[in-house]
Ligand binder design. Structure first.
Ligand code: ATR
Length: 281
């Protein structure tokens, strides 16, 4: 649907931004729901971030997504940061109020947890989670897991101090473990999540032997290119339920779409197929 002069406006701010799938995804949902709206890519150099973000209300934008490299640096520009984004330490969604004020939030933890929930295989309270990596993505994953009621998170990172720092910050549910003992973290776990870029196209593999992982543990990779990483293939081969990373990308977009366009969109097979076809281009 071509936007009218009264269209609701949103977009994604990044540098570069051409890789972002968000315009296609939001465009798909706008079409599906027949909404008079537009969601555009906004390539904003870091030097211009402050001016660009502050101009959004004057331009009539209802808000924007924020992506690399602006997720942290955008925080002091917002008028308000919601508590979840504050805990995650990053903003991926900004909503402009009717008064022109800007509220920063973060939907990555929601996207991560909703992706697992939709798989129908995961019981958050059922047991420990092993999380590989302690970077920005791991922060959202850990916050999501804690809020979902996971009793224990075993956090393994190459740079152990980063995992320890997260454990200190997020509290006693998180147990930092050294990289050399990453296979021990799998013993008795009900969920394994890779939050690193290892296994992504062009990146080194994640070297992790799954022998200690229970056969019914859910295995999730937040990497979605390739869709089936070596980790997921190895897990599938031994019979573990697997959840790929595309769903997190799709689900994190839902609350933002609802905030700007007034409809909570669904992630279904058609949505996945549409974005997968786009990723293949
Ligand atoms: P993101 O925001 O995508 O999480 P990040 O904050 O740079 O990116 O974090 C990248 C994560 O991948 C970190 O946990 C990093 O481990 P270090 O903290 O030790 O750097 C992990 N990572 C990246 N390359 C790695 C590699 N070759 N081996 C092990 N871990 C790696």
């Amino acid at each position: 649907m071509t936007p009218s002069g009264a269209a609701r406006l949103a977009g994604v701010v990044g540098w570069p931004v051409a890789h972002s799938r968000s315009p296609r995804l939001h465009g798909f949902w706008l079409d599906r729901h027949g909404i008079d709206g537009a969601y555009v890519p906004l390539a904003v150099h870091p030097d211009n971030l402050d001016r660009a973000i502050r101009a959004l209300p004057a331009l009539g934008f209802r808000g924007v997504n924020v992506t690399v490299p602006h997720k942290r640096t955008v925080m002091p520009i917002c008028d308000r940061i919601d508590p979840l984004a504050d805990r995650i330490g990053a903003v991926n969604t900004i909503v402009a109020g009717v008064d022109g004020s800007l509220t920063g939030s973060n939907t990555d933890a929601f996207g991560f947890v909703e992706n697992l929930r939709q798989s129908g295989e995961w019981n958050p309270a059922g047991g420990s989670a092993a999380v590989i990596g302690a970077g920005g993505a791991a922060r959202a994953v850990c916050v999501g897991l804690i809020d979902a009621g996971v009793p224990e998170i075993r956090l393994v990172n190459r740079t152990e101090n980063r995992a320890r720092a997260l454990a200190d910050e997020f509290g006693p549910k998180i147990h930092a473990m050294p990289w050399a003992r990453r296979e021990d973290s799998l013993d008795g776990a009900t969920l394994l999540v890779n939050t690193t870029s290892l296994g992504m196209t062009g990146q080194p593999a994640l070297e992790l032997t799954l022998d200690a992982l229970p056969a019914d543990a859910v295995v999730n990779d937040i990497v979605y290119a390739p869709l089936e990483t070596d980790l997921l293939a190895a897990a599938r081969a031994r019979g573990n339920p697997v959840v790929d990373g595309l769903g997190m990308l799709l689900h994190q977009a839902r609350p933002a779409f609802e905030a700007w366009f007034g409809v909570m969109p669904a992630v279904d097979d058609e949505t996945r197929r549409f974005i997968l076809a786009d990723l293949g281009k």
